[in-house]
Design a protein around this ligand. Structure first.
Ligand code: AMP
Ligand code: MG
Length: 403
């Protein structure tokens, strides 16, 4: 049986030409959330761009004849464009973010002045003792012009989009999105995008959970997900349906890969390699290239790569997390946390349990079964119980991936 690491490697090799050849595009910043930077981004300007006040207060010039007592000048608001010099013994009311006069020593917060108020020009104010530079945010103290702001390969999150905007850029060069088709299989499936919002109660039928779940997972990893109509358990029909699918870089199927009598994905694609991976859930896996299929826009890539995930929803989701997500959006952070209860795990399998992060450790939710979608939905972490670990007592530290 193949190890998780070997299968991860096989998936990485299968998709490597596609991922390497994606190409890039420059898009408006407001469309860039979740997209992946195609090149290192260097700061085109200093941030802050000028010395500015960290407080509402008084910018103090060189001390005058009267220690601590200053003559008040007109106020400097945020956005002020005047360049001002302060004379000895002069202080200007200044607002947070306003440019600090170039010869100001420091800013005194208004709550520390006497009186604690913004006075009119010509009046006298008493300032507290100040260290030079107090409450002045220096030009370039956040990032200097030319410095590496964000690394190539970064998936853009809200703070990173904030940084790019603050640097004055309104377009960003990102990798073209990987176009991934999601195709659930099974005669029993009711499509997820039915007209009626009501649950159907046909006997033996189940609602397709995998298509919307995997599409959302792909989108959150920066890919473009294309939900394909669910396929029946007829291998010829499945094969034929692929003739009509849009341009894709990768196809994911769910279901039809285990040891049952109607394993449609196995039957439809003899050119693909199927086999068990020593993992639970997500054991049955298939991967390969579909012969006779176009692949995206790249001629260099021979044929459409297929990842065949098992059908149980938790298996499908765990398969995505373990095999595909790291290639699209990088590894999840890895924590080591104590278990809050005793657990058992099969010796020859790497078991992945669903869990919730608690202040004291990690709490397992639901059992190991791969149909427990409610428990997955309540989880915010995956817990890894590697091959060889059979019993772990509460308090044992285990590897945890926060989701
Ligand atoms: P399979 O691998 O096709 O035998 O499917 C395993 C189990 O997962 C069966 O109970 C299926 O009904 C269920 N299943 C398969 N595909 C889906 C899906 N798209 N949504 C929800 N459950 C599914
Ligand atoms: Mg099936």
């Amino acid at each position: 049986m193949r190890s998780i690491a070997d299968h991860q490697q096989a998936v990485a090799e299968l998709l490597s030409p596609t991922l390497q050849g994606l190409g890039e595009e420059t898009i408006p910043l407001d469309l860039a959330r979740g997209r992946v930077l195609a090149e290192d981004l260097l700061a085109p300007v200093d941030l802050p761009g000028f010395d500015n006040s960290q407080m509402d207060g008084y910018a103090a010039g060189p001390p005058g004849d009267l220690a601590n007592t200053y003559t008040v000048l007109s106020a400097i608001p945020a956005g002020s464009t005047e360049t001002r010099q302060l004379g000895p013994g002069e202080a200007a009311p200044i607002m947070t973010g306003a440019p600090v006069p170039s010869n100001a020593d420091a800013v005194a917060p208004v709550e520390q002045t006497r009186p604690s108020a913004f006075l009119n020009p010509g009046e006298s104010v008493e300032l507290p003792p100040m260290e030079p530079g107090n409450f002045i945010r220096r030009r370039g103290s956040d990032i200097h012009i030319g410095q590496l702001a964000l690394r190539q390969g970064t998936q853009l999150t809200p703070p990173q989009l904030g940084l790019i905007a603050a640097l004055g850029l309104n377009r960003v060069t990102v990798l073209r999105q990987l176009r991934v088709g999601v195709l659930s299989t099974g005669d029993e499936l009711l499509p997820a995008n039915r007209e009626s919002g009501e649950a159907s109660t046909s006997p033996g039928a189940i609602h397709d959970a995998n298509t919307p779940m995997l599409c959302a997972a792909l989108e959150s990893a920066g890919a473009l997900a294309i939900a394909l109509p669910a396929a029946s358990d007829d291998p010829d029909a499945l094969r034929e349906s692929l003739a009509e699918i849009p341009d894709l870089d990768v196809l994911i199927t769910t279901g039809g890969v285990s040891q049952g009598a109607f394993e449609v994905v196995r039957q439809a694609f003899p050119e693909v390699e199927f086999g068990p991976v020593a993992m639970q859930p997500g054991g049955p896996q298939g991967l390969g290239r579909l012969t006779g299929q176009r692949s995206g826009e790249q001629n260099s890539v021979p044929a459409l790569p297929l990842l065949a995930f098992p059908g149980n929803p938790v298996s499908a989701m765990v398969s995505f997390e373990v095999f595909l997500r790291p290639l699209l959006a990088g590894d999840r952070p890895i924590l080591r946390l104590p278990l809050l209860e005793d657990v058992r795990s099969p010796e020859t399998k790497h078991q992945i349990r669903r869990a919730r992060l608690r202040p004291e450790g990690v709490e397992l939710l639901g059992g190991p079964s791969s149909h427990l979608l409610h428990a997955l939905a309540e989880s915010d972490a995956l817990v890894h119980l590697p091959v060889g670990l059979t019993d772990a007592a509460a308090g044992t530290e285990v590897e945890v991936w926060p989701l």
